[in-house]
Design a protein around this ligand. Structure first.
Ligand code: EPU
Length: 417
């Protein structure tokens, strides 16, 4: 078992370079098998979720070559076979393979995907997209068998702007006959990254990044090159670290527009931030103001930064209110923060954070990826030693978090026990 140990109270100074976005890369890799040629993806983050997807690629028989940040995937020899449950349940994004295989071979057998335990996370909207395009979906327990004689473009209205259902519908539609329109599509930058990748292969997708996406099916997709965009959640996590403990902490290689919702909240709190075209510099400020935050789909405040920003809200003057509208169980970090000295009340989908309170190091557990990031940030601020268990969750999504924070002055280490 691995755990992270942090001695809190040290200032963070210097630069942190942001890696490629987890939630883009985990969609680009499954999307690659729609190509009949070889694709090259640059700026792949070095995180364990990528290893899990490579396991699926290799299981299917794709040729994968990884050299540093660059991955080359040749799917010309893959075999469309059932992806076993023990592989698919390792991560949420495994179900992007379900859509790529369906889009390419008109048949797929797979199991319900995994992912952080932060709510029910149904896949009904993805299945609705499959059915709209003419597929039959047979559900037997956790297993899905999906097939079609022909996939035909259709109008798909999503009940909510789901990132996963938007990507899945695109993946099935790019090689279908005719035109598919997705209404109420999610607008996250990761979706634009996926659409650009597919268009580079020869797909015809317009409107990605807006709530209406139009896909005109093509018969063939070829080889191409693309880059993973910078990870906006990793960016936000380190910006918050800077707001807590920064002394001119630079967060580099970012697209500032992708973290506008966070930067604007921090400005509202009175945090000192300097913005450049691809970097920001943050210095922790005393006497920060209380704020209200409500999570929303992009460009609203991201749910994935809701847990990471909570330690900062414990340092605000007064009662901040944080409302989680996307997931029904994303406050599992709160009892640990309270144990560390925070004063937070949970009321269904809202938490009330009474600040400021001093944080002290404790033994805590990462219940999920972003809860883990929250506890790392709390540990950086707290007096004394914080020890975090279950850090496999954190390592799934943050490349070299120990090295990146150590380089800027944090006292943080990974222990094997
Ligand atoms: N939903 C449904 N039915 C569906 C699909 C979604 O009810 O068919 C609900 C979900 O239960 C949830 C909401 O709609 O309440 C939003 O879900 P969405 O489909 O947008 O999320 P996702 O695609 O499963 C991705 C990221 C998440 C991120 C969300 C929202 C990946 C692999 N995961 O999940 O990332 O929170 O979008 O931005 O891209 C993380 O990185 O920590 C993480 C959880």
């Amino acid at each position: 078992m691995k755990r992270i140990k942090i001695e809190g109270g040290h200032k963070l100074t210097g630069s942190i370079k942001i890696s490629g976005a987890k939630n883009s890369a985990v969609a680009l890799i499954p999307a690659s098998i729609l190509s009949d040629g070889e694709v090259t993806i640059d700026n792949i983050p070095n995180i364990s979720d990528i290893d899990s997807l490579n396991e699926i690629l290799e299981y299917l028989g794709a040729k994968v070559a990884k050299d540093g940040l660059v991955m080359k995937i040749d799917s010309s020899s893959i075999v469309n076979k059932e992806i076993p449950e023990d592989i698919s349940k390792k991560l949420r994004a495994s179900y992007y393979f379900m859509s790529s295989l369906l889009g390419k071979y008109k048949k797929v057998e797979m199991y319900f995907p995994g992912g952080c335990s932060i709510g029910a996370r149904p896949i009904d909207q993805t299945l609705k997209g499959y059915r709209a395009l003419g597929a039959t979906v047979i559900e037997e327990g956790n297993k899905y068998t999906v097939f079609a004689d022909e996939l035909k473009g259709a109008e798909v209205y999503l009940d909510m702007p789901s990132v996963g259902a938007t990507v899945n519908t695109i993946l099935v539609a790019v090689r279908a006959k005719g035109v598919t329109t997705i209404e109420n599509a999610a607008k996250e930058p990761e979706i634009v990254n996926v659409a650009t990748f597919l268009n580079n292969m020869g797909a015809k997708i317009v409107g990605a990044g807006t709530s209406t996406i139009k896909i005109t099916g093509v018969d063939h997709l070829g080889g191409c090159y693309t880059e993973v965009i910078p990870d906006r959640i990793e960016t936000g996590t380190y910006i918050i670290a800077g707001a807590l403990c920064g002394d001119k902490l630079r967060v580099e290689n970012i697209i500032p527009e992708h973290v506008d919702a966070l930067i604007n909240k921090l400005k509202e709190m009175g945090v000192s931030i300097k913005e450049e075209s691809d970097a920001v510099e943050i210095t922790a400020t005393d006497n920060i103001k209380r704020v209200n935050i409500k999570t929303l789909g992009y460009p609203g405040f991201p749910t994935d930064l809701q847990q990471p920003i909570t330690p900062l809200l414990t340092q605000c003057n007064g009662k901040s209110i944080l409302e989680e509208t996307i997931y029904e169980n994303r406050f599992q970090n709160v009892p640990y923060l309270n144990d560390m000295g925070a004063n937070i009340e949970i009321d269904q989908r809202k938490i009330y954070i009474n600040g400021p309170t001093k944080l002290v190091g404790k033994e805590v557990t990462a219940t999920d990826l972003r809860a883990g990031a929250c506890l790392v940030l709390a540990g950086l601020k707290a007096d004394g030693i914080t020890t975090i268990d279950n850090v496999e969750h954190i390592l799934r999504g943050y490349e070299n978090i120990i090295g990146k924070l150590s380089n800027v002055g944090a006292k943080i280490e990974l222990d094997e026990i």
